[in-house]
Design a protein around this ligand. Structure first.
Ligand SMILES: [Fe+2]
Length: 275
């Protein structure tokens, strides 16, 4: 899992503005216990996790599962999606294919360019799109190298984040929420503007897979680091734009393992059930 109990706790405390003192008082422990949990030193028991969840507006059962490390998504392999590590970054990049592997799109060009280019050149296909989920270096610092190697590929990125790719921003097609990009014969890629982690954070949906960048992780959400967008925005982006996708949609996040929309609705601590 990308995020441990300590990460979930930190993101929710920061997002709701509830400090360790208040939280400690509310659940009846010493503030140093909360500080220890934030440092991954121990974790709440079931009863404490449920009390924390009520204060932090998290799901009690899912937070208790996170504290006890009781839930992990099953192994999910999506057809026609290849994952590649983005050394030296700890992030995930993906290439997905159609037409029996003859046409492809890349999600998040990042990491050492020579490694990425070796992976990308391993196949006889047409790279049609370079899709960028957001502006952080671990998701787009190899854009120039990939664009140079595949000059026909169209870069797609939200304009609120595109300054990160320098002069190439001028060539990027802007993400427009809910618009589609034609991809092969009758197929398309749907773009979703999902702000919160950054102002221009975007997700891309192809067939029954959603590439969610650092917006939605298995069992967690990205940190809210927007200039204008907030913790409330990231939760709202997920609720209104990702959780409305079909249950069986596989999510391929920017960090950590894949999951599905149905599993996240049930197990993600940031979304209280019955919300
Ligand atoms: Fe990020």
């Amino acid at each position: 899992m990308e995020d441990d109990f300590g990460d979930v706790l930190r993101k929710a405390m920061r997002g709701t503005g509830v400090g360790s003192e208040t939280l400690a008082r509310e659940i009846g422990v010493q503030p140093r216990i909360i500080e220890a949990w934030l440092q991954y030193d121990g974790a709440a028991d079931d009863e404490q996790a449920r009390a924390l969840a009520r204060v932090l507006r998290l799901d009690p059962g899912a937070l208790a599962d996170s504290a006890a490390k009781r839930w992990h998504p099953p192994h999910i392999a999506a057809h026609d999606v290849r994952h590649h590590p983005q050394d030296p970054h700890p992030s995930n990049g993906y290439v997905f294919f159609l037409e029996e592997g003859r046409r492809a799109a890349l999600v998040d060009p990042a990491g050492l360019p020579q490694n990425l280019l070796r992976v990308l050149r391993d196949g006889d296909y047409h790279l049609q799109y370079i899709l960028i989920t957001h502006k952080h270096a671990d998701h787009c610092d190899a854009t120039a190298a990939v664009a140079e190697a595949f000059p026909q590929a169209q870069i797609v990125m939200h304009k609120l984040d595109s300054a990160a790719i320098g002069p190439l921003a001028g060539k990027a097609l802007e993400v427009r929420d809910n618009e589609t990009l034609p991809f092969g014969d009758g197929a398309n890629i749907r773009m979703l503007h999902t702000p919160g982690h950054t102002d221009g954070s975007s997700s891309f949906v192809f067939a029954s897979t959603a590439f969610t960048g650092d917006t939605l992780f298995a069992g967690s959400v990205g940190g809210a680091y927007g200039d204008a967008s907030t913790y409330g925005d990231i939760l709202n982006s997920i609720r209104s734009k990702l959780f409305t996708l079909p249950d069986e949609t596989v999510i391929m996040p920017g960090h950590g393992p894949p999951s599905t929309i149905a599993l996240e609705r049930l197990h993600n601590p940031f979304f209280p059930r019955g919300d």
